[in-house]
Write a protein that binds this ligand. Structure first.
Ligand SMILES: [Zn+2]
Length: 85
């Protein structure tokens, strides 16, 4: 039974699930990206979540859109405590 289950699941799906669980972001979440924006900050607010993720730079208000897979790779941290902002 266990063997059967594992053959049905793609290893890439498991990796994606783990990445998603690691970062519990939602609409309006403030996130820190690995690479900082040219304007000097790396704090962003999530303004749209779908197949693509749209984030707004908290310093200069520019928005960028990137595929969720890329976003999950580039995210460093989700800020949950507002004092950190
Ligand atoms: Zn910026």
């Amino acid at each position: 039974m266990l063997v059967f289950l594992f053959t049905e699941i793609d290893i890439n799906d498991i990796i994606k699930m783990v990445i998603y669980m690691k970062y519990d972001y939602k609409l309006g979440s403030i996130v820190i990206m690995k690479k900082q924006h040219p304007c000097g900050t790396n704090k962003w607010e999530i303004t749209r979540i779908g197949t693509d993720i749209k984030i707004k730079c908290l310093n200069c208000n520019r928005t960028i859109m990137l595929p969720r897979v890329d976003f999950n790779k580039k995210i460093k941290k989700v800020i949950t405590d507002e004092n950190e902002i």
